[in-house]
Design a protein around this ligand. Sequence first.
Ligand code: HEM
Length: 399
Amino acid sequence: MTNPVQLPTERDPRCPFDPPAELRRIQAEQPATPLAFPDGHVGWLVTSHAAARTVLTDPRFSTRPDLKHPVFAAAPRPSGMHEPAAPGWFVHMDPPEHTRYRRLLTGQFTVRRIKALEPRIAEITRQRLKAMATMDPPVDLVREFALPIPSLVICELLGVPYDDHEFFQRQTTMMASVENTQDEFMAAFGALAGYLGELVVHKRSQPGDDLLSGLIAQGGLSDEELTNIAVILLIAGHETTANMIALGTFALLRHGWTPAALADDAAVEELLRHLSIVHLGVPSRVAIEDVDLEGVLVHKGETVVISLPAVNRDPEFFHEPDALILDRPDARRHLAFGGGVHQCLGQQLARVELRIACRALLEMFPTLRIRVPSEQIRLREKTAAYGVWELPVTWDAQR
Ligand code: HEM
């Protein structure tokens, strides 16, 4: 066995959209490479698209943390490192346990329901753009646009008051960091679960026209299950999309693309592939039997982590993988949303938000540009979702 590698995180600030150079070097060698986990365990880092598809879809790989599945801090773990998943924490369950929750939730995330949300997403986007237009540039696009849009949308969808966004965004940022300790994670999780638990109790007596009330009405879920589901959706629903809108805009501006280039849905798929913002420690699985993974023997009990930025740039799978080609015909075959039974529940919502937000922004501010040299932009290298901490932008005032 070759020496285990550390998970590469450091990006080159001159090309912040590309995976770390070290990752590409590892990828060139084999489909899966021995990886050192923070707890000393050695598992595998998967960098080939074919091997990633197997890990995501083969039932011999499990997400259960109680199977001694070491995780990076990026993977939330309210039940502790090696305990069974807490009730409702379906991201750490296998079928058939996972299937029960997933069925209840899929009913709330149908393409039809998301389509019906489109006018509201467009309205929220317009409001944010109008507010931005009254400001004196430069403004921070993350704060004024990329974060509020998915945050407002998920709040409306779930029935969470947006006025509390500073509180819950602080907790979700802490939970998504790979540098937090278990205690820090649990403190942030406890605060968020306490807040959402109260909301669940309130909605039982005073239901609204929202997803949490809908789940309560479907019946069969305890308050603890509903609270944990709400925590998952609140974290997953805005951290990821916010980073994708900000980094996507950064990439589009850097390449000089216009709104017309975003007319086709393929452009959104290509942005998702090219940027692959879920970049650290997720998805991860544990082998429950020995598995031959594209010629690499993974033993029962070993953990595999998939590097989505690597697999979505796999030269054996994508032609010219490093180029951003907005009409790339096979962009949709990316794995930016994972795959198999745990494939992203909110992917349709994320696609709609991205399409509407990026296009409307470039239409309303045709002269939008980054205010500082790219190298000065702080990158989110140590959070589960990659992106930028701030994006100072400016534009020419309209006469
Ligand atoms: C799962 C990416 C937006 C909810 C996942 C996974 C990925 C992902 C890679 C698979 C994790 C694994 O297999 O272990 C993204 C990206 C997004 C995004 C790149 C935005 C650009 C959203 C949104 C929501 C959401 C908006 C919710 C409203 C979820 C949930 C899961 C998930 C609940 C877990 C599904 C399960 O375990 O069955 N996402 N996501 N995501 N995502 Fe997303």
